[in-house]
Design a protein around this ligand. Sequence first.
Ligand code: SF4
Length: 342
Amino acid sequence: MPQPPKEKTPGSGPSADPAGLRAALCRWFGEVGEDYPWRSTRDPYEVLVSEVMLQQTQVATVLGRGYYRRWLERFPDVGALAAAEEAEVLRVWEGLGYYSRARNLQRAARAVVEEHGGEFPRDPAAIEALPGVGRYTAGAVASFAFDAPVPAVDANIARVLARLFDFRERIDTGAGQRQLWGWAAELVPGAGGRVWNSALMELGQRVCKARSAACEGCPAARWCLCADPLALPVKKDRPAVTEVDEHVLVARRPGEILLQQETGRRRGGLWKLPGREGGEVAGMRPSGKQRYGITRYRVTMHLYETDSAEAREGERWFRLEEVAELPMPSPYRRAVSRYLGD
Ligand code: SF4
């Protein structure tokens, strides 16, 4: 039996046999790798859309619920997205949450049109200079679309690298990130960045998962230094979930409903049911409630039906038939649909 070419010192970095590790992982990926649409395209815009959608959303939602397909049908290229109204962009994004992602995609599309003559840049640094594009997304677009030999360290790859090299320091610090990106850069082959980054990612998605590690049968097992995979990667504890209450009106008059426009970075421009302070609705009886989560908050939305509300600043009456076209965060869309019977 050949001896595993393991490093002597945990956390010491890429294997003494990176070529062997790469060959084994790429072979495995060729046999079992998922054939997602963004893996078969070479269009950098399509890759960018998929990467941005997948930042905080599961593959099953992006694909299974048709978000990726619908987006590309409506905005098939940077020109179409750059020219669209923001309200429409937010409406097509609706249901995915974290709406700043949609706005940033549009800003990136406009930058490609205005600063690159509509031609998506190939250089990773130029891609990273696009609005809302970070180092990971730039690496993913450059390697997946152009096969560039650049690293792309997402949560899956960070976990795989931390385990492969038994990295026992925190990975969510500047030093931890520099270490992982450094190893990823050393490992990426001069040709074949697309397959290599995809293979590492797939290993994290299917084998070396956050809550389980199928080390027996793992294609990287010969090179892996980790003795206790589930103890890695080391990260700061997540903040506790906070329960909050929200009070909103379902205010109607014949053929119309009152809505409030959101402000702020996260949801600015979207429409929601008008919010009120708890004291303002103290004498009203809630007609229903709904729960939803956002970042570290668990929100209980209390709904109050009324036919005597006045529109305040930032609020306006909409005809019921207009509501379907307005961009609206999912929890409010569900509530509105419940009351209007869509
Ligand atoms: S051997 Fe286990 S810990 Fe190491 S990369 Fe494979 S699944 Fe992860």
